[in-house]
Ligand binder design. Structure first.
Ligand code: IMP
Ligand code: MG
Length: 188
């Protein structure tokens, strides 16, 4: 058992559950865009593992851009989104699919969609591995959601708590963030 010292984690979605969700998403997207090219806008850092798995399952020609937004401090959104890296190839006339790890309040996604739409893509949709619908504050639509949940702070499979836990193959809920604990590997 891995000892994370100050964080206690509860396994919510094991690796095989996540891979099934990724496979279903890739099938739906491949069917919807059949015969088209798709340009993936991957939101760093959290979506890098999900995007790598998703892209390899798509039955479409895809191209990539990476964008970095920042709004989180610890487990709370600051509500103030900024674009750390906006160096992307021209998107005008392309079918864009934003690939997000998780949509929570929707603040950062709304910011990104407004920015992309100004650059006149042919179409614009969103794919998120996790749609934390219960916490939504902005009216954003997640066209392709892998897993829908209500609340809780999640880590693993790219998701972090202050840059930690991204490398875990499953997704865990942070149960406590105090001075004792570790991983509880029993699924809920
Ligand atoms: P939003 O702007 O509140 O929707 O938050 C979006 C971003 O915050 C996500 O793309 C994540 O990078 C991060 N985030 C939101 N909820 C979580 C979580 O439960 N764990 C880790 N990161 C999260
Ligand atoms: Mg993200």
């Amino acid at each position: 058992m891995e000892n994370l010292g100050d964080i206690k984690l509860k396994l919510l979605y094991p690796e095989d559950h996540i891979q099934d969700a990724v496979r279903r998403l890739a099938d739906r997207i491949s069917d919807d865009y059949e015969g088209e090219k798709l340009h993936l806008i991957i939101v760093l850092k959290g979506a890098f593992i999900f995007a790598a798995d998703l892209a390899r399952r798509l039955r479409l020609p895809v191209t990539f851009d990476f964008i970095r937004l920042s709004s989180y401090c610890g487990m709370e959104t600051t509500g103030d989104v900024s674009m750390i890296n906006d160096c992307i190839t021209p998107v005008r006339g392309k079918h864009l699919l934003v690939v997000e790890d998780i949509v929570d309040t929707g603040t950062s996604l709304q910011f990104l969609l407004q920015w992309l739409v100004r650059n006149e893509p042919k179409s614009l949709r969103v794919c998120a591995l996790i749609d934390k619908r219960g916490r939504r504050r902005m009216p954003v639509v997640v066209d392709y959601a892998g897993i829908v949940c209500d609340d809780g702070f999640l880590v693993g499979y790219g998701l972090d708590l202050d840059e930690r836990c991204r490398e875990l193959p499953g997704i865990y809920e942070v149960v406590t963030n105090q001075l004792s604990g570790g991983l509880d590997d029993s699924p809920m």
